[in-house]
Design a protein around this ligand. Structure first.
Ligand SMILES: [Zn+2]
Ligand SMILES: [Zn+2]
Length: 284
């Protein structure tokens, strides 16, 4: 890949970070209002700076994901404040023990926002097992049904739980609007099973880690109309930023590395991933 073919014109910012988290920004939770949102002035200037840095790197749009009920008011606030931000709302498998009518009600209200584009993240995480597996499965199945009911795509987090993830998807049904396996770290067989079910596959900075050769092979296989890229910021900063707080601007590193393994220009991959994100989430 030459740097030539990826150079952006002044002000051009076509790339999209399809999955990040913003609740770790300094100042979040220190606001006067409900006490959980980014009302604080520090947070407001942090988010503006973060958006400006992303834009300077060519990343003009971003999709945030929520994991916990206490993030919801803050994210709704940001959706109104930041034009280039959209969001998914869901209950992370780590928090699945909290699933119930109250949480579902909160998500329903959040998902009524015009910039709420998906249900999630939800799914199964058998690596950490922060919630019992049976409750993770209940919350995942319920959120798949919610996505179908609301005619939205679903953002799926799955870790060391491929078999149960596919079983539940088949039992409950993939929402008609589809979805994405986000921050994919699974096997080629899992990526193939996801694509066969109409799902997208999204790669994060993990795919850029030196030891992730197998994952890069999976990324090279995923059909061009099904691939997404993300940072999952503030986690998983790609080299050379390891150890720092990750942010949407650095999705460029993911694009660079994946373009190389796919033997295409970063520009072509970035535009394809952006088109896929626009289509999946119906964002302009
Ligand atoms: Zn996740
Ligand atoms: Zn995430």
């Amino acid at each position: 890949m030459s740097s030539e073919d990826s150079r952006l014109a002044d002000g051009e910012a076509p790339w999209i970070d399809s999955h990040c988290h913003l609740d770790m920004l300094p100042g979040w939770g220190k606001g006067e209002g409900d006490g959980v949102g980014p009302d604080d002035a520090t947070c407001a200037s942090e988010i503006d700076d973060l958006v400006a840095r992303a834009r300077a790197a060519g990343v003009g749009r971003m999709i945030a994901a929520s994991c916990r009920p206490d993030e919801v008011p803050g994210l709704l606030h940001l959706l109104d404040r930041v034009p280039v931000l959209w969001s998914a709302f869901g209950l992370h498998p780590h928090e699945a023990r909290d699933w119930g009518p109250q949480v579902e009600d909160l998500l329903l209200r959040a998902l009524a926002h015009p910039k709420a584009v998906a249900v999630g993240e939800c799914g199964l995480d058998y690596h950490y097992d922060h919630s019992p597996r049976d409750l993770q499965q209940v919350a995942f199945a319920a959120q798949l049904r919610l996505a179908t009911r609301l005619d939205k795509p679903v953002v799926i987090h799955t870790r060391l739980a491929e078999e149960d993830t596919l079983r539940i998807l088949d039992e409950v049904g993939v929402p008609p609007r589809g979805g994405v396996l986000h921050c994919f770290t699974g096997t080629l067989a899992m990526a193939q099973a996801a694509v066969a079910r109409g799902l997208h596959v999204s790669f994060s900075g993990i795919a850029t880690f030196p030891k992730a050769a197998d994952l890069r092979e999976v990324a090279a296989w995923v059909p061009l109309d099904r691939i997404l890229v993300e940072t999952d910021a503030p986690f998983l900063a790609p080299p050379p930023y390891r150890g720092k707080r990750n942010e949407p601007a650095w999705v460029v590193r993911v694009l660079e590395v994946l373009a190389e393994v796919r033997g295409m220009s970063m520009r072509d991959l970035g535009l394809a991933a952006a088109r896929n994100t626009e289509r999946l989430y119906r964002i302009a």
